[in-house]
Ligand binder design. Structure first.
Ligand code: C2O
Ligand code: CU
Length: 427
């Protein structure tokens, strides 16, 4: 750790022993080192890694502690999908840049690492004032979109097929991704790897930490063609109570994300396979709690986020957060109980899960419907967007590793301010 503060790395989406998973309790001090040792067990897919220290995950990812970790396997190799230069990881992030051309984030809480408890106080003491305090609670939005760290990103392509691996590594921003010419996106993979068959979507909704693999075939495009992958309008602000409007680029605005330029001729012919992978059917009846799903409500009280009224505590875990290893459960997240309803991006460590169903309260259906056409709930997932008024049921199969893992909102300011809990996998 050559940072001036504690850190630890989490391998987002990978299955591994609790001690290797990057829990904040394993954070190491400046100058210390931590040796990770684990076997990659996941199927082929687009995973990533990022810092995960207590209360500083948002800041550290914002300033660069995040990267891709892609996994391959034989099932995928047999498909002969585009490889090498034609398999392009694209990390999408929004940033704010100050007058010195440096990334601007929330002001550091007074006392440096005092973490969540001290944040409100320091904001009130006038560090960054009211805006700072709101962003600390609601989520931080930048007004410049970076792809792989670059603004105005241009991807030069040849007239052939590409695999684009899109990762939303933004702190809090949700994207509604679509080609500007109106052609649909061909989705081939989700968080946990390839889908059974490709899916067409007019747009794809990508919440923080979600990934999507897209097949993009430029073989019929004349040289010189320009295309833009843009983020479309959605009812982003309705749920945010207008409080995330405090940026040039409010949540739900329309803007370009990246540009494609067809610059080269190619004769390569990649064929999109119609059957890509074995994805088992979802069998909710296998859940040990089939008739009584475990319910988790996102809450806010005393200006801090939580789950069922509890905020993150380093070591505590309740009976309702304890599961048995090698069992299947249904979990239901509800986004309806907090006094301030916002979208959240719920992530569970230690598993890849399946989405069983979603429902939304009628009074919130307008905002939900403005993004729901872009949900890709078909494959393996580790992170899901849950809009205001929405309930989502997941089917999770816990593996053989015991110990405490995390589940939390991946909007990093929410996570850092308490919307995270431990759950225990016991023998
Ligand atoms: Cu990518 Cu605990 O998160
Ligand atoms: Cu959240």
């Amino acid at each position: 750790n050559e940072l001036p503060e504690p850190t630890i790395i989490h391998w987002h989406g990978l299955l591994m022993p609790a001690a290797m998973d990057g829990h904040p309790r394993n954070a190491i001090s400046p100058g210390q080192h931590f040796r990770y040792e684990f076997e990659v067990q996941n199927r082929a897919g687009t995973y990533w890694f990022h810092a995960h220290p207590d209360g500083r995950t948002g800041a550290q990812i914002y300033f660069g502690q995040a990267g891709f970790l892609t996994v391959g396997d034989e099932e995928e190799a047999a498909l002969k999908l585009p490889e090498g230069a034609y398999d392009v990881p694209l990390m999408i992030q929004d940033r704010k840049v100050n007058g010195d051309n440096q990334f601007a984030y929330l002001s550091q809480p007074a006392g440096g690492m005092m973490g969540r408890g001290g944040m409100m106080k320091s904001a009130m003491m006038g560090d960054g004032g009211m805006d700072d305090m709101m962003a600390r609670m609601m989520g931080f939005l930048g007004d410049q979109i970076l792809v792989n760290g670059r603004p105005d990103f241009v991807l030069p392509v040849a007239t052939r097929a590409y695999r684009l691996r899109l990762l939303n590594a933004s702190n809090a921003r949700i994207y509604k991704l679509a080609w500007n010419d109106g052609s649909p996106l061909t989705v081939i993979g989700t968080d946990g790897g390839l889908l059974e068959t490709p899916l067409l979507r007019r747009y794809v909704t990508l919440a923080p930490a979600e990934r999507i693999d897209v097949w993009a075939d430029f073989s019929h495009q004349p040289l010189g063609t320009r295309m833009t992958l843009e983020s479309r309008e959605f009812a982003g602000d309705i749920s945010m109570g207008g409080m995330m409007g405090n940026t040039e680029l409010p949540m739900g605005a329309r803007f370009p994300v990246l540009n494609v330029r067809v610059t080269q001729h190619s004769d390569a012919s990649n064929v999109l396979p119609m059957h890509m992978a074995q994805v088992p059917a979802v069998r909710p009846q296998e859940a040990v709690n089939f008739s009584r799903p475990r319910v988790f409500s996102i809450t806010m009280g005393m200006m801090t986020w939580g789950i069922d009224g509890r905020r993150f505590e380093m070591d505590s875990v309740t009976a309702s957060e304890t599961v048995r290893r090698e069992t299947t459960e249904i979990w239901e997240f509800r986004n309806e109980a907090s006094m301030m309803l916002m979208a959240h991006s719920m992530h569970v460590h230690g598993v890849q899960f399946r989405v069983l169903k979603r429902t939304v309260a009628t009074e919130f259906s307008r905002a939900r419907d403005s993004v729901a056409g872009g949900y890709v709930d078909e494959g393996w997932k580790d992170t899901v967007l849950i809009m205001p008024g929405e309930r989502i049921r997941l089917l999770l199969r816990f593996g053989g590793y015991t110990g405490t893992f995390l589940y939390h909102c991946h909007m990093l300011e929410h996570e850092d301010s308490g919307l995270m809990r431990n759950y225990l996998i016991r023998a």
